[in-house]
Design a protein around this ligand. Sequence first.
Ligand code: GA4
Length: 334
Amino acid sequence: MVVASPSPLRTKKTKAVGIPTIDLSSSCRSKLSESIVKACEEYGFFKVVNHGVPKQVLARLEDQGAGFFAKSAAEKQRAGPATPFGYGSKNIGRNGDTGELEYLLLHTNPHTISERSKAISNDPSKFSCAVNDYIEAVRDLACAILDLVAEGLWISDKYIFSSFIRDAHSDSLLRLNHYPPIKDTKDCDPSLQLHQFRSNPIGFGEHSDPQILTILRANDVGGLQISLHDNGLWVPVPPDPNEFFVIVGDAFQALTNGRFKSARHRALANSSVKPRMSTVYFGAPPLNAWISPIPEMVSPQNPSLYKPFTWGEYKKAAYSLRLGDSRLDLFKIH
Ligand code: GA4
């Protein structure tokens, strides 16, 4: 069985919900690809185990991230504002979204990383090595998953999805998030207290990722929640620092003509004594690449749901809206 053990998760008001766990070391490729497709269709979210990314690669990036976030505010600001790439604190995007976190947002291009590292770290080559090794490993993981999806969907071009993010001009990003522990609502933004009274404040608000595929890894502090089946219930995801979580993005929803749904997720600020740290890779196409439902997903019974758009156009639309908006609706054929 490839879906090893759907880890039972409990929401406040519902019975246990299983999140699929995919064992990438499984020797039966056809079963593996089938179970990944099923997870993408049913949840848009799954966990991968036996992924083959060495522990040192994860540990080195976590150390570098922790070193950066431990710096003084003035030093962190030297990394430049996160619009488009750099350090951000509490502000998300450009339209007034806020959250109880600080972060580093980086483009994955290796030259950009080495340039940026000079303003981020006192040992820029150590920082850029840790970041580039991590990016290479998670990009390979994302590509392996995308190739399995193509096989599971019986698409003749096995590399149809992975070629977008393997492209030298891919617009993929890496985000390092740091959620400091928050003892109670008195510590956070007063405007959030109204909505979040007596519950954990929002670390990173509800949204879907605009890209194709997201590969997320976090330390042992929880906070991530996913919204399943549009029923308004949030499912907490137990932390697992050795494994990765995979999230279907909007561009994947469009490419599969809605067969996969991008997963809405959020992170709550945590009340433990330890900060939550997550490292998130967003696999994206080059800015000039066209995204439209692939021919195998379109038929007279299943006409195209979305107008073709370039990744650049989609990104522009995403940045003109709020974090929680359903931006793919703008490209729907009515
Ligand atoms: C969500 C996924 C990635 O973190 C991100 C985010 C980006 C940002 O933080 O600048 C966005 C958000 C994300 C979606 C809508 C826009 C853009 C903030 C925002 C309000 C880096 C991305 O690519 O899209």
